[in-house]
Design a protein around this ligand. Structure first.
Ligand code: IPE
Ligand code: IPE
Ligand code: MG
Length: 262
């Protein structure tokens, strides 16, 4: 049962709390799960609906996934909601997504607070609509001290932009004489990333069968286990999450070392 949720019998966003499935080994859960939520457009197209209806259904899948991760005791969930390249989509789709983010955050903030979720938005937030930026600041502030699951929503996030930003800030400090370049190491570099303070994802899930990273968490995924499923994001449910976690629990993580059993 989640350490996040203390007293009532309801979990995030009103649904009944779920015990973790018996097939899962609670001692070998990933501490941090990252997900590339892909396939919303195809989900809608298959139903003869406009693409944006897929995004709306995708929100439900994200709520479901957050609830399950929290209930099952996963420490952090990082979801790719909008990439730096997604601005290349038609203007109407981008506007719909921005309005959707704002509406959902407004609607769910109280529940997130109640369930002790700590929400953060990773990415360059300055090009987002002002109302959304204000709401993000409010949600981040109001949930900052929460001791439940860390829920990171990557919004206008790009791995390359993140790395360049980190390099630039370190270079500026070095140029001002505040930092010895020889003192830059992996830890001080990671501390400049949006994910500072968060452990690296143990498991990356990508839905809709695409076998690529799409500029997501380029540094942080260095040793993540990859689980790619054909399931389209709006269809991602308890069975799909369980399959990903069981797949993860069957992997042998070696981090460049050797498997002592062989
Ligand atoms: C992922 O679904 C959601 C975002 C990128 C915002 P897509 O919109 O990429 O869905 P497909 O890949 O076109 O099916
Ligand atoms: C990745 O999906 C970005 C998000 C899920 C937010 P895309 O659909 O944008 O990725 P590509 O274009 O297929 O690589
Ligand atoms: Mg896509």
């Amino acid at each position: 049962m989640s350490r996040a949720l203390a007293t009532d019998s309801h979990s995030i966003l009103g649904a009944a709390r779920q015990a973790s499935p018996a097939a899962l080994d609670p001692a070998r859960l990933p501490a941090h799960v990252a997900v590339i939520m892909d396939g919303n457009g195809r989900w809608a197209r298959r139903r003869g609906l406009p693409r944006v209806m897929g995004h709306r259904a995708g929100v439900e899948a994200l709520k479901r996934t957050l609830r399950l991760c929290s209930d099952w005791g996963i420490g952090a969930l990082t979801a790719y909601a909008f990439s730096t390249e997604n601005w290349n989509r038609p203007g109407e789709e981008v506007s719909f997504l921005m309005a959707l983010f704002e509406r959902v955050l407004q609607r769910e903030l109280q529940a997130l607070e109640r369930e002790r979720v700590r929400i953060r938005f990773l990415g360059d937030l300055t090009p987002l609509p002002e109302g959304l930026q204000r709401l993000i600041a409010e949600a981040t502030g109001r949930t900052a001290a929460n001791d439940g699951i860390h829920f990171n929503v990557c919004t206008n996030y790009g791995g390359r932009a993140e790395l360049v930003g980190a390099a630039r800030r370190l270079a500026e400090r070095a140029a001002r004489g505040e930092l010895d370049p020889a003192a830059i190491d992996e830890a001080s570099f990671a501390a400049e990333l949006h994910t500072a303070g968060e452990c690296d994802p143990d498991l990356l899930i990508r839905t809709s069968g695409e076998q690529r990273i799409s500029n997501f968490l380029l540094w942080q995924l260095a040793y993540a286990e990859l689980h790619i499923t054909e399931v389209l994001w709006p269809d991602f449910d308890e069975a799909a999450l369980l399959a990903a976690l069981l797949d993860y629990q069957n992997r042998q993580r070696r981090f460049g070392g050797i498997d002592p059993a062989h």
